[in-house]
Design a protein around this ligand. Sequence first.
Ligand code: F6P
Length: 465
Amino acid sequence: MAEPTDRPTSRGPIDFTVETLGPCTVDSPLAPRLQARRTTHHYIDETDRVLFDDTLSKVTRRAAKTNGELEELPSLEPTGPRKKIFFDPSKTRVGIVTCGGLCPGINNVIRGLVSELTTHYGVRRIYGFKNGYQGFIPRYGHDVVDLTPESVSGIDGEGGTILGTSRGQQDATEVVDCLERMGIGVLFVIGGDGTMRGAQKIAAEIKARDLKIAVVGIPKTIDNDIPFIDQSFGFQSAFSEASRSIRSAKVEARTAPNGVSVVKLMGRHSGFIACYAALAQNDADFVLIPEVPFTLEGPGGFLERLREKVATQGHALVVAAEGAGQELFEDNGLQDASGNKKLQDVGILLRQAIADDFAQRGIELNMRYIDPSYVIRSVPANPYDAVYCIRLAHAAVHAAMAGRTNMVVGRWRRRFVHIPIGLAVSARNQVDPHGDLWWSVLEATGQPWSFGEFSAEQVTAFGGQ
Ligand code: F6P
């Protein structure tokens, strides 16, 4: 499938250096099996690097700046097992925590971590911290659970997370106090951007105390808004589920006179779910995303285009990301526990505006409003995401055992790589209104580039908000 990273995230020199806890002096239990491996098109040696840029023009431009020194080109460290590692696995205690909103595949990651740590590295103690970062804080009184290959067997068939989750960071000093008390050497954090900011603070506190505790993240979000990775796990399962709502909405719209269906999908600041679901179930006539502002009223506005579509086709189907059209509201200044802006309900706004518009003109309307909401993120991972999750989990274990810290694992241009957390939280991956993905949506729907009087420059400027 096409890569869902659409917007170039690099602006200027990028430091891809991954922190390490110290030299790797312990023989990896995997070392004997690694002897037979040879570098091929599909396998990069641990000393090699993955290029950040993938077009000739970008590489040429960068190479000109580095006087042709190819080693200076921006590049990322590949994941994978190292022959020498930092931790002695038999004496290393590991913690796993899952934070933020749900996402398909979290249990797959947990199981992948536990089985790789135990089966291949011989780690004996793995603790699951319950309910996100709260799990580290004594006053919440949450249990800690022992994770073993037996206890995680079969969990990957279920959505959600066996560890529970919560939004919001906790005081990093209290978290690190807990890690010290429990003698944890490696902490795996599964979460979105807010969670990774929390992990960054924990890693900083660990460093300030001069402790040898690795913090490795596995980025999770159905919104697919984490930069420097092709795609976040669970995204494909979520948009696949969302496409089922679009299919139903189409049936409803076309079987009623002047049927108009509106499907509202998650996607706070990035419209990837809306775009991919609409392309997967190629029935939408309009896709509205946060990155492309629109007007409702007036010539070329959304309502005029909708009326035209209903007049010519007899029905219409609108897919709106929840973050679309926020420019149509007064800012309420509210935030959730993760520090995310609380969005206003564009679905309800559209439903009302369409109903009023048709009523004012005396046009018959059969409106269907579908908001699958949490349904799309609580499903189990589909086979594609399941594969992705287990590979991310393996990569995270190899990284942590080799003493890498303050980093996340991800896939960049189809190669698995280590990314400093600082970079993973430095920006937001968004649909590029001038990029290939939005172009595909415009081709599939036939809708104009935007509704209303927005210039290309205004949309570009807006897209970065
Ligand atoms: O962060 C991912 C996400 O799925 C957003 O698209 C959505 O706005 C949000 O979670 C809702 O989650 P919650 O209700 O748990 O805050």
